[in-house]
Design a protein around this ligand. Structure first.
Ligand SMILES: Cc1cc2nc3c(=O)[nH]c(=O)nc-3n(C[C@H](O)[C@H](O)[C@H](O)COP(=O)(O)O)c2cc1C
Ligand SMILES: *[C@@H]1O[C@H](CO)[C@@H](O)[C@H](O)[C@H]1NC(C)=O
Ligand SMILES: *[C@@H]1O[C@H](CO)[C@@H](O)[C@H](O)[C@H]1NC(C)=O
Ligand SMILES: *[C@@H]1O[C@H](CO)[C@@H](O)[C@H](O)[C@H]1NC(C)=O
Ligand SMILES: *[C@@H]1O[C@H](CO)[C@@H](O)[C@H](O)[C@H]1NC(C)=O
Ligand SMILES: CC(=O)N[C@H]1CO[C@H](CO)[C@@H](O)[C@@H]1O
Length: 443
């Protein structure tokens, strides 16, 4: 089993229900507001609203089927044509928050012989397709995201105190390249607002699922929470408070080590600083409301050098971190390969994601694989994945499961189901299962 075992066995026995019941009865004493404090910051312009309604009406029945071409070829392009990138993002969250997006109707079914199943973090994930952080920053759209077929959803990044992020515009579409550039700068409504969202969700779901599979409240699915630090916050303090406050709601916790403290060459001092940060954070976890200790993952940038990645791998092993997500967006601009002729777009400051990121993230994944093969660190592939073939490449390069974001923003809620079906077909052709192909490249 590709798992982390050890730490996860703690507290699995009778703990879950006790923990959860205690939570329910103590709720009011925790001093956190139970009301949803997130104001809907989405104010649709009359045009986008009207188009949304027309889309719904024209869509009719087909709107309900996640994989109908309606979303990819009609709804998403209309949204792109009529909104700025950030308005489009908000509109998407708005639809999902109120469950106005379609669900993958055969989520439970189309995985013949469990071809896509994979054991990770003491769990059997039903498929290796996850959503990356940054789409649902505040944990408002979790149900809709699981409904669209993801088996892993990562919310956040969440900073301790609310912060506005960078001034707008800060999100740019490069449609010809199936890419986006963002410099949101981690706008976040802060720990307490997100906790109140998660708490409401728990209180709503727990009574009818008294024995939930996970904090996803779905069989074979996991909920990840990505912790950020405030712009002016202290790295250790902010991550520690994140781990302490959000452990109860998480199946998995993620912290970002996108750039280790030294740009440039590997140096022992920065490695030990990182090891110290990671060990501290690992030690501060507590069991979640279901009695399980959430594994901790670190997320890295694709722009790190091989010595830097090696250094992160060493720190992760020493600190007994459970896994690594590879990768975040890139600050590089593969100008010769980008189709966009708009140089001003290319020159926007920020992280580039989507198709052009794939070679960088895949390379970083291969490098990390090289330095972690001897450990039980779980590698999670992310960056430019948009179809079954991409997912398969990351799996073969060593990813236990994958995440995507930009392709979902372009193609809409049908994408997870599509990637899943493509993966099943590709694996069947090879006569293999997902488990068989993980890390196949280095065999
Ligand atoms: C608009 C946007 C916001 C993002 N915000 C976050 C974030 O808050 N935290 C984080 O760890 N990653 C964030 N990411 C990075 C994604 O999680 C992912 O690592 C990256 O986009 C590469 O995957 P993709 O090519 O499939 O989009 C963000 C990406 C985008 C496009
Ligand atoms: C951050 O920005 C995104 C996109 O506009 C939005 O959905 C989200 O609500 C914002 N969060 C905060 C706290 O501003
Ligand atoms: C991610 O890490 C880098 C340095 O490692 C830091 O500059 C950045 O602020 C972090 N982002 C978040 C959201 O924590
Ligand atoms: C974009 O950046 C390149 C190199 O940094 C520079 O030569 C070019 O003039 C810039 N273009 C625009 C439109 O700013
Ligand atoms: C990701 O990359 C962006 C830009 O490359 C950087 O600002 C940010 O701190 C990184 N970390 C996370 C968690 O996104
Ligand atoms: C604890 C901490 O550093 N909080 C900061 C979070 O970010 C906002 C905006 O950048 C600051 O005003 C807070 O001081």
């Amino acid at each position: 089993m590709l798992s982390l075992g050890k730490s996860l066995k703690t507290g699995m026995g009778s703990y879950p229900l006790v923990g959860a019941k205690r939570f329910l009865s103590n709720n009011s004493k925790l001093g956190l507001k139970l009301k949803p404090t997130l104001k809907s910051s989405f104010i649709p312009s009359p045009i986008t609203f009207a188009i949304g309604l027309v889309g719904l009406a024209v869509g009719g029945y087909y709107y309900l089927d996640a994989r109908s071409a309606l979303h990819e070829y009609i709804v998403c392009p209309i949204i792109r044509a009529t909104t700025s990138a950030e308005q489009g993002h908000k509109l998407g969250i708005f639809f999902m928050k109120y469950n106005l997006t379609p669900r993958l109707l055969d989520d439970d079914i189309n995985n013949p012989d469990d071809i896509l199943g994979v054991d990770v973090f003491g769990t059997h994930l039903r498929n290796p397709i996850g959503l990356a952080a940054g789409l649902d920053k505040d944990g408002e759209a979790i149900e809709a995201l699981f409904n669209s077929g993801f088996s892993y959803v990562e919310i956040g990044s969440i900073t301790p105190l609310p912060q506005p992020g960078n001034p707008q515009p800060r999100f740019f579409r490069l449609p010809r390249d199936d890419a986006v550039i963002n410099r949101y700068g981690f706008n976040s409504s802060g720990h307490f607002n997100v906790i109140s969202n998660l708490k409401l969700r728990f209180n709503k779901l727990f009574p009818s699922h008294p024995n939930p599979y996970s904090m996803a409240f779905r069989q074979g699915k996991l909920l990840g929470i990505n912790l950020g630090k405030n712009k002016t916050g202290d790295e250790i303090e902010d991550y520690v408070s994140g781990v302490e406050r959000l452990s109860p709601y998480a199946d998995v916790l993620i912290i970002n080590v996108s750039s280790p403290n030294t740009p440039g060459l590997r140096d022992l001092q920065s490695e030990s600083k990182l090891t110290n940060l990671l060990s501290t954070v690992v030690g501060k976890r507590s069991i979640n409301l279901l009695g399980k200790l959430p594994p901790i993952l670190v997320k890295v940038a694709p722009d790190l050098t091989e010595p830097e990645l090696e250094s992160i791998a060493n720190s992760a092993k020493q600190a007994k971190v459970d896994g690594i997500i590879i990768s975040n967006t890139t600050i590089q601009r593969p100008v010769d390969k980008l189709l966009t002729t708009d140089k001003e777009l290319i020159n926007q400051t920020g992280g580039l994601s989507g198709k052009p990121l794939k070679p960088y993230s895949l390379k970083a994944l291969r490098t990390l694989r090289k330095y972690t093969k001897d450990s039980n660190l779980v590698l999670i592939g992310c960056g430019g994945i948009s179809n079954g073939q991409d997912a398969l490449e990351f799996g073969k390069a060593g990813a236990t499961f994958i995440q995507l974001y930009t392709a979902f923003a372009y193609k809409g809620p049908g994408l997870p189901g599509k990637v899943r079906d493509e993966l099943v077909d590709l694996l069947k052709k090879e006569g293999k299962t997902w488990k068989d192909i993980i890390g196949e490249d280095d065999k």
